[in-house]
Design a protein around this ligand. Structure first.
Ligand code: SF4
Length: 403
């Protein structure tokens, strides 16, 4: 029996060009697409002592040698997610002004499934209205690949097998959510998530190092293919973008300063904007469950002062994800400890070496909004780029995944 979303399943799809979908239907595969997110690339770059760009090209070559047809970076999905999240924030801010008793703010970022699952299970309906409806980059990439890319290749979405490379096992949980099964297309947007640790194991099992793989450039169906960084840290959130956009759109402030103050610990920090001596925006970044619990308790007591909080379950965010390779320290999770912090610092340095993405200057995004999504703020853009949440019992989300 092969576990869903495992390396064994992935290797079998490469060899058989068939897969069994989440409804048990066997499908032929015409196109295997791999989408690489930055954090596991950096983890593997550190592990194999390669500059990020070389590690990316080696990974692309490795996947191609296994049988992948396209290897893509996820910049475009990250850009789309940021643009939608910043627009959602401005709308929520205005709605809250118009309806002070409404539950629009704080907007709580939703790109971390570890946090979202915890919120759904533990805080039920109370917390759900605050959670951003904007899909995570992984799931936007899923919609792009299954809906847009498959159409340009004249394939049905089910003929495309889509794999993402991610920093944690929680992303498997996200990929398999019912919300991300498209009834019209009869498929999930992401079929398999593989982590940095699993990739290291796959290489080990073949007695090879990433250095041994042939290099290949990334494919580029939407502009130049390159793994890029976004403003702020590599922790995986979008607080900086949303803050600057909100400052400009809501208060005409084009030169807002992003100076974070550490609060209780380095994993809980905040930044504010003042106008005429009055605080008009207060954003926080809360990483790790200790800080999340604190935040939720404040919210429940009506004492949260924030308009937006980037919430990430791992201490230090995605660079320290639970399935990142622990360089030199085995694979024991060192989250929050000294080894974890050292790893994050090393990966932050590598992250800063990536070329910067500027979502508003991405010409292909405009094309996507026009050609695919019927324009910004259209019903289709909302349906494709946003999602919903539900209060669930623990048993409802038990999954056939090895942890
Ligand atoms: Fe995964 Fe951790 Fe990032 Fe959340 S913060 S998405 S659990 S790596």
């Amino acid at each position: 029996l092969i576990t869903k979303q495992s390396q064994e399943e992935l290797l079998k799809v490469f060899s058989d060009r068939k897969y069994t979908d989440s409804k048990g239907v066997v499908k032929d595969v015409s196109l295997i697409v791999i989408s690489l997110s930055p954090q596991p690339i950096l983890s593997l770059a550190a592990r194999y002592k390669l500059p990020p760009e070389h590690a990316t090209n080696k990974l692309a070559g490795y996947f191609k040698s296994l049988g992948a047809d396209l290897v893509l970076d996820m910049t475009i999905a990250e850009d789309l997610s940021l643009l939608e999240a910043q627009q959602e924030f401005v709308q929520r801010y205005q709605d809250q002004q118009a309806d002070p008793n409404g539950k629009y703010l704080p907007m709580l970022a939703s790109s971390c499934p570890g946090w979202v699952c915890y919120a759904e299970k533990t805080h039920g309906n109370f917390i759900l209205p605050y959670i951003s409806t904007t899909k995570s980059p992984q799931q936007i990439m899923g919609s792009l690949v299954k809906q847009y890319l498959s159409r340009t290749k004249e394939l049905t979405p089910g003929e495309v097998y889509h794999v993402t490379v991610m920093p944690c096992y929680d992303k498997k949980l996200e990929a398999s959510r019912e919300e991300f099964y498209n009834d019209l297309l009869s498929c999930h947007d992401v079929d398999c998530v593989i982590t940095a640790i699993e990739l290291e194991q796959m290489l080990d099992n073949s007695n090879m190092s990433l250095n041994d793989a042939e290099s290949s450039s990334l494919d580029s169906p939407w502009g130049e293919g390159a793994v890029r960084r976004h403003r702020g840290s590599g922790s995986g959130g979008g607080a900086d973008h949303v803050f600057l956009y909100g400052a400009e759109q809501l208060f005409g402030e084009t030169d807002a300063q992003l100076v974070y103050r550490n609060l209780r610990n380095p994993d809980f920090k905040e930044v504010t904007l003042e106008r005429d001596g009055k605080e008009v925006l207060r954003f926080a970044i809360a990483n790790g469950f200790r800080n999340i619990q604190n935040l939720v308790q404040k919210l429940k007591r009506g004492k949260s002062p924030y308009h937006y909080v980037e919430v990430m379950a791992c201490p230090s965010g995605c660079l320290n994800g639970g399935a990142q390779v622990r360089v030199g320290g085995g694979q024991a999770r060192a989250a929050g400890g000294e080894a974890g912090r050292e790893l994050v610092l090393r990966l932050e340095t590598l992250y800063s070496q990536l070329p910067l993405a500027t979502p508003v200057e991405n010409k292909f995004l405009r094309k996507l909004y026009t050609d695919w999504l019927d324009g910004k703020d259209s019903d289709k853009a909302k349906a494709v780029l946003h999602t919903t949440y539900r209060a669930v019992e623990k048993s409802d989300i038990a999954l056939n995944i090895k942890w």
